[in-house]
Design a binder for this molecule. Structure first.
Ligand code: SF4
Ligand code: SF4
Ligand code: SF4
Length: 336
């Protein structure tokens, strides 16, 4: 019987998505039975040259996790795209840039200045930096080139399906593996290209907290108040990205009495998760008694209360947002 050939690659991410594939309960035994692992750097010792030798489209399914942060990430993404019939943007780093995408608030030069020169623990009197090429006595050593801007997978290759989540849930992974197995073994149809393997609802739809129409006067950090575990976070002045976030996680953070940070990314109806959340927040922020819309002063008051606007509204989606990155002015004569 035809077996599914699976590849998994870890780009700029934390490794949680790799673990998620191992963490799919008893289904992992089924995966071993139904699939051959064509490439999975943390689990099997296939080399890139082995992948290069494979016929085009001979890998059934590649689950690419992590953002595209350097030339190696891009090279492997392109190679796996060429060799795979189905390319999945696996996890929120691949789909939207994820937490690594927050590096788009700075640039490569400032980031490396900080890491290799400024931190208290750094001793680097010669200001040595990682070099893409170095001639050692034993021969030339190379490193991937770090990019100035963190990219998503679809910025560099054609993507067939998107599976958001940080990491994707066991249910999402099992659901999609079942679809692919049935496709390979029984010829069952695949979802339409571009489908998102996740719920179409918002997190608020699956959150069990009571919601009442109300207004708020103050934004609270979660540690500043005793959060009522039964009431909607927003009504308590705590920013929760539920209205702008795709459902599917089972409201995990809310169960732990913490607000949603938006890791499932936006729903299909939302173009920009942060912008959508800001507008949801503005709609419940107190306006002057005789006003229906926020005045300029109200907006300023709202914004000054939000301590880290980019980290609050774009923790997982900065590279996919309309902003995409913070533009840094280049100083004359300074190479960025
Ligand atoms: S999506 Fe989350 S779990 Fe997956 S690699 Fe990125 S940070 Fe890690
Ligand atoms: S805003 Fe947050 S706490 Fe309120 S209903 Fe939505 S998910 Fe639940
Ligand atoms: S509640 Fe929000 S941040 Fe937490 S797991 Fe769910 S989608 Fe992600």
């Amino acid at each position: 019987m035809a077996k599914v050939k699976i590849a998994q690659y870890w780009g700029a991410g934390c490794g949680g998505c790799d673990v998620a594939l191992l963490d799919i309960d008893e289904k992992i035994l089924g995966v071993a039975e139904m699939a051959d692992i064509a490439f999975w750097p943390i689990a099997v010792d296939t080399k890139l040259k082995d992948v290069e030798a494979m016929p085009d489209k001979s890998i059934t399914l590649t689950l690419y996790n992590g953002a595209v942060r350097n030339s190696e990430n891009e090279h492997v993404a392109k190679l796996l795209r060429q060799k795979s019939a189905i390319m999945v943007s696996f996890g929120s780093c691949a789909c939207f840039g994820g937490i690594p995408g927050l590096a788009n608030v700075t640039n490569k030069k400032d980031l490396q200045d900080y890491v290799y020169n400024t931190t208290f623990s750094t001793v680097n009197p010669n200001r040595t930096r990682p070099l893409p090429k170095y001639q050692a006595p034993e021969g030339e050593l190379t490193l991937p080139v770090m990019y100035d801007t963190v990219l998503t997978l679809e910025d560099v290759v054609d993507v067939d399906y998107y599976m958001p989540g940080c990491p994707p849930t066991t249910e999402q992974i099992n659901q999609f593996l079942d679809i692919v197995e049935k496709h390979v073994k029984e010829g069952a149809p695949l979802p339409p290209k571009g489908a998102v393997i996740a719920s179409e609802k918002t997190l608020c739809d699956e959150c069990g907290r009571t919601k009442e129409v109300t207004t708020i006067e103050k934004i609270n950090m979660p540690y500043e108040i005793d959060i009522d575990p039964k009431k909607c976070m927003l009504e308590q002045g705590v920013i929760c990205l539920g209205p702008a976030t795709r459902a599917g996680c089972g409201a995990k953070c809310l169960d732990a009495n913490q607000p949603c940070r938006g890791c499932m990314g936006p729903t299909a109806a939302v173009l920009d998760q942060g912008g959508s959340m800001l507008s949801a927040l503005a709609s419940i922020f107190r306006t002057a008694d005789n006003e229906t819309q926020l005045s300029e002063d109200d907006i300023l008051e709202l914004m000054t209360q939000i301590k880290d606007p980019l980290g609050t509204f774009y923790a997982f989606t900065m590279p996919k947002s309309i902003i995409k990155r913070k533009v840094k002015e280049k100083k004359a004569g300074v190479k960025q």
